[in-house]
Design a protein around this ligand. Structure first.
Ligand code: SF4
Length: 465
């Protein structure tokens, strides 16, 4: 049997893609291996920043030195940077340590692509098992999920928005949604296998289209029905303010599986900068959406994405951004310092580039505002009880487990316990906040917590000591 390993760089979408690649390989007679005997290295790349690409190249060189006999196959965003399949593939193949290059939607063809490299492996049964290389066939691959209680389901690929700083529309291509029926059926399968939380993935999930009409709210409501089978949480990422319509807010208000957490990237707090970024909305519209969300969903937490130091950002624009963030009282911000991405319009705005030290100064000022509001918001969770779904449990030398997970509000919570809590949804009494992180205890008086069992998918009562 041949062995493989996958290294994934970048966003959740890439991690989800890797689960489909793993499935194709395992059904083609490969087994996963993290040791020295690896025959095939898959590197799933990200090109959101130059740094991400440099990291991937560095990793490939390192692995090729360590395992000179292993085949290196590269996929992900770096494969399609030019938007032209053949030229981008050829460019990567010129790079010595790379042996095979494939677009993620060609995953179904992977056995065929590997055939000539593994002559001692019989691919005859598998080479056409997944069909030809197309996005439709790609979506039909049932992923090999790493964590059965928390799964990620892609609902669309690509982006049509063309923000001036972003490479995604050139790497992932134009928006293409999956049929609603397929998505709901994949979600059903995951819930049957024990999924408690599903996160819908896409570059702009709320531009989701089925049969020619935008219907993200309808999709949410259809999946929400799985609550009866054991689905507890339905999340999604990323959303765009332009398509965050009232019906989506209404769906979030009424759904059983809705979580009081919305991640809505705004990118800036100055209309002038938003225009230069081609974001197609004004600050006022964004504030209006957040006001409606806060009215509809009590205690909702709001996260956003911000770029500081976009070309031409004046001190006045920056002050507008700071005032905006103070007004919004965000619970979290994924803040980035602007860095030009080759092949994007913003990379050509050189004459407006801002000095690196000044960008760093602005970043720190902004980051402190976010810390202030988000830490204050988390502080108000101390003394309350939150429902936490645990993702990791690590055994300590004293025999106890340190468990970490997320509350429905997406707060990160740590708890010590006598047995591992991974995969369970547990009520936790929050006792402390340190930075962005909360810690707490399992209330002794209760001793009994509820959790979903991955076997029967019925609510099961577990005694946790
Ligand atoms: S919406 Fe803008 S930032 Fe998001 S993926 Fe599309 S182009 Fe990039």
């Amino acid at each position: 049997m041949k062995t493989y390993t996958i290294k994934t760089f970048g966003c959740q979408m890439n991690h989800s893609d890797s689960e489909r690649v793993a499935k194709v390989l395992e059904q083609s007679g490969f087994s996963r291996c993290e040791g020295d005997q690896v025959d095939l290295f898959i590197v799933n790349t990200c090109s959101v920043r130059q740094k991400s690409e440099d990291k991937a190249y560095g990793f490939i060189v390192q692995q090729k030195k360590k395992y000179p006999n292993a085949l290196v196959a590269v996929t992900g965003c770096m494969v399609r940077q030019t938007g032209d399949k053949s030229s981008s593939s050829d460019n990567l193949l010129k790079y010595d340590p790379i042996d095979v290059v494939f677009r993620i939607e060609d995953t179904a063809r992977l056995p065929k692509l590997l055939e000539s490299h593994f002559l001692d492996h019989d691919f005859s049964e598998f080479s056409n098992a997944f069909g030809s290389g197309s996005l439709e066939n790609y979506f039909h691959i049932v992923p090999k999920v790493e964590n059965k209680s928390q799964v990620f389901v892609p609902i669309m690929q690509g982006c049509d928005k063309f923000c001036t700083y972003c490479i995604v529309p050139y790497t992932r291509g134009r928006e293409l949604s999956r049929p609603m029926e397929d998505i709901v059926s994949e979600c059903e399968q995951h819930v049957c296998n024990g999924a408690v939380e599903i996160t819908l993935l896409g570059q702009n999930v709320n531009s989701y289209v089925d049969q020619g009409k935008k219907c993200f709210a309808e999709l949410l409501l259809k999946i929400d029905v799985l609550h009866k089978q054991g689905l507890s949480r339905l999340r999604f990422t990323s959303a765009h303010p332009q398509d965050f319509t009232d019906d989506v807010i209404e769906a979030l208000r009424t759904m059983q599986t809705s979580c009081p957490y919305v991640h809505l990237p705004v990118q800036h707090g100055s209309d002038r900068v938003l225009r230069a970024m081609n974001r197609n909305y004004k600050v006022e519209k964004y504030e209006d959406i957040i006001r409606k969300i806060r009215e509809a969903i009590p205690n909702v937490t709001i996260a956003t994405d911000i770029i500081v130091g976009f070309p031409g950002e004046t001190e006045e624009d920056f002050q507008e951004l700071c005032a905006f963030a103070r007004r919004m009282k965000f619970d979290f911000s994924y803040t980035a310092i602007f860095s030009p991405r080759k092949h994007t319009p913003a990379a050509r705005m050189e004459k407006d580039f801002i000095d690196q030290d000044e960008k760093k100064r602005r970043f720190h000022v902004f980051d402190n505002i976010i810390k202030e509001t988000s830490w204050e918001n988390r502080e108000s969770a101390v003394g309350t009880t939150l429902e936490v779904l645990f993702e990791k449990s690590e055994k300590q030398s004293d025999g106890m487990y340190v468990n970490s997970g997320r509350s429905r509000e997406f707060f990160e919570v740590f708890v010590k316990s006598g047995r591992p809590l991974r995969g369970r949804e547990v009520m936790v009494g929050i006792s402390e906040r340190k930075g962005y992180v909360l810690s707490g205890d399992l209330p002794e008086s209760e001793g009994i917590q509820r959790a979903h069992t991955s076997l029967s998918n019925k609510l099961k009562v577990l005694t946790i000591k």
